[in-house]
Design a binder for this molecule. Structure first.
Ligand code: XMP
Length: 334
Protein backbone atom coordinates (compact mmCIF):
# COMPACT_ATOMS: atom_id res chain seq x y z
CA UNK A 1 0.00 0.00 0.00
CA UNK A 2 1.22 3.49 -0.83
CA UNK A 3 0.04 7.07 -0.42
CA UNK A 4 0.08 10.03 -2.79
CA UNK A 5 2.57 11.80 -0.50
CA UNK A 6 5.10 9.06 -1.19
CA UNK A 7 4.19 8.79 -4.87
CA UNK A 8 5.28 12.29 -5.91
CA UNK A 9 8.93 12.26 -4.68
CA UNK A 10 9.36 8.61 -5.69
CA UNK A 11 8.07 9.19 -9.18
CA UNK A 12 10.10 12.36 -9.63
CA UNK A 13 13.25 10.48 -8.58
CA UNK A 14 12.38 7.61 -10.91
CA UNK A 15 11.90 9.97 -13.88
CA UNK A 16 15.20 11.75 -13.14
CA UNK A 17 17.07 8.45 -12.98
CA UNK A 18 15.40 7.15 -16.13
CA UNK A 19 16.01 10.22 -18.24
CA UNK A 20 19.48 11.01 -16.90
CA UNK A 21 21.31 14.31 -16.61
CA UNK A 22 20.79 15.48 -20.16
CA UNK A 23 17.80 13.55 -21.47
CA UNK A 24 15.02 15.45 -23.20
CA UNK A 25 11.35 14.47 -23.04
CA UNK A 26 8.51 15.51 -25.31
CA UNK A 27 4.79 15.06 -24.75
CA UNK A 28 1.49 16.21 -26.18
CA UNK A 29 -0.87 18.06 -23.86
CA UNK A 30 -4.56 18.61 -24.42
CA UNK A 31 -5.64 20.70 -21.48
CA UNK A 32 -7.25 17.63 -19.94
CA UNK A 33 -6.45 16.27 -16.49
CA UNK A 34 -4.31 13.28 -17.48
CA UNK A 35 -1.90 14.95 -19.89
CA UNK A 36 -1.56 17.97 -17.59
CA UNK A 37 -0.82 15.90 -14.48
CA UNK A 38 1.75 13.86 -16.41
CA UNK A 39 3.30 17.05 -17.80
CA UNK A 40 3.42 18.65 -14.36
CA UNK A 41 5.17 15.66 -12.86
CA UNK A 42 7.85 15.45 -15.54
CA UNK A 43 8.26 19.20 -15.55
CA UNK A 44 8.88 19.15 -11.80
CA UNK A 45 11.41 16.36 -12.34
CA UNK A 46 13.46 17.78 -15.22
CA UNK A 47 12.27 21.37 -15.82
CA UNK A 48 13.04 22.83 -19.25
CA UNK A 49 14.19 19.47 -20.58
CA UNK A 50 10.53 18.55 -20.82
CA UNK A 51 8.82 19.96 -23.91
CA UNK A 52 5.03 20.05 -23.88
CA UNK A 53 3.24 20.44 -27.20
CA UNK A 54 -0.34 21.58 -27.66
CA UNK A 55 -1.61 20.94 -31.17
CA UNK A 56 -4.46 23.36 -31.85
CA UNK A 57 -6.43 21.26 -34.31
CA UNK A 58 -9.14 23.90 -34.69
CA UNK A 59 -11.54 21.47 -33.00
CA UNK A 60 -11.04 22.85 -29.53
CA UNK A 61 -13.65 24.72 -27.52
CA UNK A 62 -13.97 28.51 -27.49
CA UNK A 63 -10.79 30.08 -26.08
CA UNK A 64 -9.37 26.65 -25.16
CA UNK A 65 -5.89 26.99 -26.68
CA UNK A 66 -5.39 30.32 -24.90
CA UNK A 67 -6.71 28.92 -21.61
CA UNK A 68 -4.37 25.93 -21.76
CA UNK A 69 -1.45 28.18 -22.59
CA UNK A 70 -2.24 30.41 -19.63
CA UNK A 71 -2.58 27.54 -17.17
CA UNK A 72 0.33 25.40 -18.31
CA UNK A 73 2.81 28.02 -19.36
CA UNK A 74 2.15 31.01 -17.09
CA UNK A 75 0.73 29.28 -14.02
CA UNK A 76 2.31 25.82 -13.92
CA UNK A 77 5.58 26.98 -15.59
CA UNK A 78 5.60 24.07 -18.02
CA UNK A 79 7.79 24.55 -21.10
CA UNK A 80 5.03 24.67 -23.72
CA UNK A 81 4.86 25.05 -27.50
CA UNK A 82 1.45 25.79 -29.01
CA UNK A 83 1.06 24.93 -32.69
CA UNK A 84 -1.86 26.42 -34.59
CA UNK A 85 -2.73 23.77 -37.17
CA UNK A 86 -6.44 24.56 -37.39
CA UNK A 87 -6.50 25.32 -41.11
CA UNK A 88 -4.61 22.14 -41.92
CA UNK A 89 -7.16 20.01 -40.04
CA UNK A 90 -10.10 21.85 -41.60
CA UNK A 91 -8.67 21.27 -45.08
CA UNK A 92 -8.03 17.61 -44.33
CA UNK A 93 -11.59 17.17 -43.06
CA UNK A 94 -13.19 18.65 -46.16
CA UNK A 95 -15.79 16.25 -47.52
CA UNK A 96 -15.22 13.69 -44.74
CA UNK A 97 -18.50 12.62 -43.16
CA UNK A 98 -18.03 9.12 -41.72
CA UNK A 99 -17.16 9.24 -37.98
CA UNK A 100 -14.36 6.67 -38.00
CA UNK A 101 -12.88 8.26 -41.11
CA UNK A 102 -12.93 11.62 -39.31
CA UNK A 103 -11.03 10.03 -36.42
CA UNK A 104 -8.45 8.60 -38.81
CA UNK A 105 -7.96 11.93 -40.57
CA UNK A 106 -7.67 13.81 -37.28
CA UNK A 107 -5.36 11.16 -35.80
CA UNK A 108 -3.09 11.09 -38.83
CA UNK A 109 -2.77 14.87 -38.99
CA UNK A 110 -2.16 15.04 -35.27
CA UNK A 111 0.76 12.63 -35.58
CA UNK A 112 2.21 14.53 -38.53
CA UNK A 113 2.00 17.91 -36.80
CA UNK A 114 3.42 16.45 -33.60
CA UNK A 115 6.37 14.88 -35.42
CA UNK A 116 7.13 18.08 -37.34
CA UNK A 117 7.03 20.05 -34.09
CA UNK A 118 9.27 17.53 -32.34
CA UNK A 119 11.86 17.98 -35.11
CA UNK A 120 11.74 21.77 -34.75
CA UNK A 121 12.10 21.61 -30.97
CA UNK A 122 14.95 19.17 -31.31
CA UNK A 123 16.78 21.46 -33.69
CA UNK A 124 16.25 24.38 -31.33
CA UNK A 125 17.48 22.64 -28.18
CA UNK A 126 20.56 21.10 -29.73
CA UNK A 127 23.78 22.92 -28.96
CA UNK A 128 24.99 22.64 -32.52
CA UNK A 129 23.36 21.87 -35.86
CA UNK A 130 25.47 18.67 -35.96
CA UNK A 131 23.88 17.41 -32.78
CA UNK A 132 20.40 18.19 -34.01
CA UNK A 133 20.86 15.66 -36.79
CA UNK A 134 21.28 12.86 -34.27
CA UNK A 135 18.07 13.78 -32.58
CA UNK A 136 18.38 14.26 -28.87
CA UNK A 137 14.83 13.88 -27.69
CA UNK A 138 14.68 10.25 -26.68
CA UNK A 139 11.58 10.11 -24.53
CA UNK A 140 7.87 10.46 -25.11
CA UNK A 141 5.55 11.24 -22.21
CA UNK A 142 2.06 9.78 -22.26
CA UNK A 143 -0.70 10.29 -19.73
CA UNK A 144 -1.95 6.71 -20.00
CA UNK A 145 -4.01 5.62 -16.98
CA UNK A 146 -4.43 2.13 -15.59
CA UNK A 147 -7.93 1.68 -17.09
CA UNK A 148 -6.51 2.67 -20.54
CA UNK A 149 -3.96 -0.11 -20.19
CA UNK A 150 -6.70 -2.60 -19.33
CA UNK A 151 -8.99 -1.34 -22.08
CA UNK A 152 -6.32 -1.59 -24.78
CA UNK A 153 -5.52 -5.13 -23.65
CA UNK A 154 -9.16 -6.13 -23.86
CA UNK A 155 -9.55 -4.49 -27.29
CA UNK A 156 -8.02 -7.49 -29.00
CA UNK A 157 -10.20 -7.87 -32.05
CA UNK A 158 -11.81 -5.29 -34.31
CA UNK A 159 -15.21 -6.52 -33.15
CA UNK A 160 -14.45 -5.21 -29.66
CA UNK A 161 -13.46 -1.76 -30.84
CA UNK A 162 -16.66 0.21 -30.86
CA UNK A 163 -14.83 3.45 -31.54
CA UNK A 164 -11.13 3.96 -31.93
CA UNK A 165 -9.72 6.32 -29.34
CA UNK A 166 -6.75 7.90 -30.96
CA UNK A 167 -5.15 9.11 -27.76
CA UNK A 168 -4.97 5.54 -26.46
CA UNK A 169 -2.11 3.53 -27.85
CA UNK A 170 -0.19 6.66 -28.63
CA UNK A 171 2.18 7.87 -31.27
CA UNK A 172 3.76 5.59 -33.85
CA UNK A 173 6.78 3.41 -33.23
CA UNK A 174 8.43 5.17 -36.20
CA UNK A 175 9.28 8.02 -33.83
CA UNK A 176 11.72 5.67 -32.06
CA UNK A 177 10.96 7.23 -28.72
CA UNK A 178 11.01 5.45 -25.41
CA UNK A 179 7.80 5.80 -23.42
CA UNK A 180 7.37 7.39 -20.02
CA UNK A 181 3.95 6.66 -18.58
CA UNK A 182 3.97 7.85 -14.97
CA UNK A 183 0.21 7.43 -14.52
CA UNK A 184 -0.17 3.91 -15.85
CA UNK A 185 -0.74 2.44 -12.39
CA UNK A 186 -3.33 5.04 -11.38
CA UNK A 187 -7.09 5.38 -11.56
CA UNK A 188 -8.78 8.67 -12.47
CA UNK A 189 -9.56 9.68 -8.88
CA UNK A 190 -5.92 9.08 -7.94
CA UNK A 191 -4.77 11.23 -10.88
CA UNK A 192 -7.02 14.02 -9.60
CA UNK A 193 -5.59 13.70 -6.11
CA UNK A 194 -2.11 13.83 -7.62
CA UNK A 195 -3.03 16.92 -9.66
CA UNK A 196 -4.07 18.75 -6.50
CA UNK A 197 -0.81 17.68 -4.78
CA UNK A 198 1.16 19.08 -7.70
CA UNK A 199 -0.57 22.45 -7.33
CA UNK A 200 -2.95 22.28 -10.26
CA UNK A 201 -6.05 24.52 -10.02
CA UNK A 202 -9.27 22.75 -8.98
CA UNK A 203 -11.22 23.72 -12.08
CA UNK A 204 -8.64 21.86 -14.16
CA UNK A 205 -8.43 18.83 -11.89
CA UNK A 206 -12.20 18.29 -11.97
CA UNK A 207 -12.69 19.01 -15.66
CA UNK A 208 -14.99 16.83 -17.72
CA UNK A 209 -13.10 14.66 -20.21
CA UNK A 210 -12.90 15.97 -23.76
CA UNK A 211 -12.35 13.69 -26.75
CA UNK A 212 -9.17 14.02 -28.83
CA UNK A 213 -11.14 14.57 -32.07
CA UNK A 214 -12.98 17.35 -30.24
CA UNK A 215 -15.71 19.23 -32.07
CA UNK A 216 -14.92 17.07 -35.11
CA UNK A 217 -17.15 14.35 -33.66
CA UNK A 218 -19.65 16.82 -32.18
CA UNK A 219 -20.76 17.99 -35.60
CA UNK A 220 -22.48 15.17 -37.41
CA UNK A 221 -21.47 14.91 -41.05
CA UNK A 222 -18.99 17.30 -42.63
CA UNK A 223 -17.05 19.66 -40.41
CA UNK A 224 -17.05 23.21 -41.74
CA UNK A 225 -15.84 26.51 -40.32
CA UNK A 226 -19.43 27.65 -40.00
CA UNK A 227 -20.54 24.52 -38.12
CA UNK A 228 -17.50 24.80 -35.85
CA UNK A 229 -18.45 28.35 -34.97
CA UNK A 230 -21.98 27.24 -34.08
CA UNK A 231 -20.78 24.24 -32.05
CA UNK A 232 -18.29 26.40 -30.16
CA UNK A 233 -20.77 29.13 -29.24
CA UNK A 234 -23.51 26.70 -28.18
CA UNK A 235 -21.09 24.64 -26.12
CA UNK A 236 -19.85 27.76 -24.36
CA UNK A 237 -23.37 28.88 -23.43
CA UNK A 238 -24.34 25.40 -22.16
CA UNK A 239 -21.17 25.00 -20.09
CA UNK A 240 -21.33 28.56 -18.72
CA UNK A 241 -24.91 27.98 -17.58
CA UNK A 242 -23.96 24.66 -15.98
CA UNK A 243 -21.10 26.33 -14.13
CA UNK A 244 -23.42 29.08 -12.92
CA UNK A 245 -25.52 26.58 -10.94
CA UNK A 246 -23.71 25.66 -7.70
CA UNK A 247 -22.61 22.00 -7.70
CA UNK A 248 -24.07 21.18 -11.10
CA UNK A 249 -20.83 20.85 -13.08
CA UNK A 250 -19.37 18.43 -10.55
CA UNK A 251 -22.57 16.35 -10.51
CA UNK A 252 -22.32 15.81 -14.29
CA UNK A 253 -19.66 13.50 -15.75
CA UNK A 254 -19.64 15.04 -19.21
CA UNK A 255 -21.72 17.70 -20.94
CA UNK A 256 -21.60 19.26 -24.37
CA UNK A 257 -23.58 20.72 -27.23
CA UNK A 258 -23.42 19.08 -30.66
CA UNK A 259 -24.58 20.24 -34.08
CA UNK A 260 -26.77 17.95 -36.17
CA UNK A 261 -24.99 18.49 -39.46
CA UNK A 262 -27.36 17.37 -42.19
CA UNK A 263 -30.54 18.35 -40.34
CA UNK A 264 -32.22 21.72 -40.73
CA UNK A 265 -35.51 22.83 -39.25
CA UNK A 266 -37.92 25.68 -39.83
CA UNK A 267 -38.38 28.50 -37.37
CA UNK A 268 -39.47 32.11 -37.16
CA UNK A 269 -37.19 35.05 -36.52
CA UNK A 270 -39.20 38.26 -36.13
CA UNK A 271 -41.84 37.77 -38.78
CA UNK A 272 -39.51 35.95 -41.15
CA UNK A 273 -39.35 32.23 -41.82
CA UNK A 274 -35.93 30.77 -41.06
CA UNK A 275 -34.52 27.39 -42.02
CA UNK A 276 -31.46 26.60 -39.98
CA UNK A 277 -29.34 24.24 -37.89
CA UNK A 278 -30.41 21.95 -35.05
CA UNK A 279 -28.35 21.67 -31.89
CA UNK A 280 -28.37 18.88 -29.30
CA UNK A 281 -27.56 19.24 -25.61
CA UNK A 282 -26.14 16.15 -23.92
CA UNK A 283 -25.24 15.71 -20.26
CA UNK A 284 -24.46 12.29 -18.82
CA UNK A 285 -23.58 10.66 -15.56
CA UNK A 286 -21.17 7.74 -15.52
CA UNK A 287 -18.46 6.14 -13.43
CA UNK A 288 -16.45 4.36 -16.09
CA UNK A 289 -17.67 5.89 -19.39
CA UNK A 290 -18.52 2.37 -20.59
CA UNK A 291 -22.16 2.83 -19.56
CA UNK A 292 -23.91 6.12 -18.85
CA UNK A 293 -27.29 7.65 -18.13
CA UNK A 294 -28.64 10.99 -19.28
CA UNK A 295 -28.72 13.59 -16.50
CA UNK A 296 -32.07 14.65 -15.16
CA UNK A 297 -31.61 18.35 -15.92
CA UNK A 298 -34.13 20.81 -14.56
CA UNK A 299 -36.53 21.84 -17.32
CA UNK A 300 -36.36 25.56 -16.55
CA UNK A 301 -32.60 25.28 -16.80
CA UNK A 302 -32.70 23.52 -20.19
CA UNK A 303 -35.21 26.06 -21.40
CA UNK A 304 -32.96 28.93 -20.39
CA UNK A 305 -30.02 27.39 -22.26
CA UNK A 306 -32.25 26.88 -25.28
CA UNK A 307 -33.41 30.50 -25.40
CA UNK A 308 -29.90 31.80 -24.92
CA UNK A 309 -28.68 29.63 -27.81
CA UNK A 310 -31.43 30.59 -30.23
CA UNK A 311 -31.13 34.27 -29.29
CA UNK A 312 -27.35 34.52 -29.25
CA UNK A 313 -26.06 32.06 -31.82
CA UNK A 314 -26.72 32.88 -35.45
CA UNK A 315 -27.82 29.98 -37.59
CA UNK A 316 -29.61 27.86 -34.98
CA UNK A 317 -33.36 27.38 -35.10
CA UNK A 318 -33.88 24.46 -32.69
CA UNK A 319 -32.39 22.98 -29.56
CA UNK A 320 -32.93 19.33 -28.63
CA UNK A 321 -32.08 17.43 -25.47
CA UNK A 322 -30.53 13.96 -25.80
CA UNK A 323 -32.03 11.67 -23.15
CA UNK A 324 -30.57 8.38 -24.40
CA UNK A 325 -28.56 6.10 -22.13
CA UNK A 326 -25.37 4.29 -23.07
CA UNK A 327 -26.02 1.60 -24.21
CA UNK A 328 -27.75 1.67 -26.63
CA UNK A 329 -26.31 5.12 -27.47
CA UNK A 330 -22.73 6.20 -26.95
CA UNK A 331 -21.79 9.37 -25.09
CA UNK A 332 -20.65 11.25 -28.18
CA UNK A 333 -23.01 11.50 -31.16
CA UNK A 334 -20.40 9.98 -33.46
P1 XMP B 1 -18.38 7.13 -26.25
O1 XMP B 1 -18.92 8.15 -27.22
O2 XMP B 1 -17.54 6.08 -26.90
O3 XMP B 1 -17.41 7.94 -25.29
O4 XMP B 1 -19.45 6.57 -25.38
C1 XMP B 1 -16.81 7.43 -24.12
C2 XMP B 1 -15.80 8.45 -23.67
O5 XMP B 1 -14.73 8.50 -24.62
C3 XMP B 1 -14.63 9.79 -25.19
N1 XMP B 1 -14.34 9.59 -26.62
C4 XMP B 1 -13.14 9.80 -27.18
N2 XMP B 1 -11.99 10.23 -26.64
N3 XMP B 1 -10.97 10.04 -28.76
C5 XMP B 1 -10.91 10.38 -27.45
O6 XMP B 1 -9.86 10.81 -27.00
C6 XMP B 1 -12.09 9.59 -29.37
O7 XMP B 1 -12.11 9.30 -30.56
C7 XMP B 1 -13.23 9.46 -28.52
N4 XMP B 1 -14.51 9.04 -28.76
C8 XMP B 1 -15.17 9.14 -27.58
C9 XMP B 1 -15.96 10.46 -24.94
O8 XMP B 1 -15.84 11.88 -24.92
C10 XMP B 1 -16.33 9.87 -23.60
O9 XMP B 1 -15.67 10.53 -22.54
Amino acid sequence: HWTMDEFVPKEIARIRALVGEKGQVIGAVSGGVDSTVAACLVSQAIGERFHAVLVDNGLLRLGEAQDVEKTLSSYLKINLTVVDASQRFLDALKGVTEPEEKRRVIGRNFIEVFQETAKKIEAAVADSPEEAKDGNIEWLLQGTLYPDVIESISYTGPSQTIKTHHNVGGLPASMHLKLIEPLNMLFKDEVRELGLKLGMPEHLVFRHPYPGPGLGIRITGEVTANQLEIARRCDKIFLDEIQAVPGLYRSISQAFAAVLGGVKAVGVVGDQRSYQQCVVLRAVQTKDYMTATACNLDFAFVNKVSSRITNEVRGVSRVFLDVTSKPPATIELE
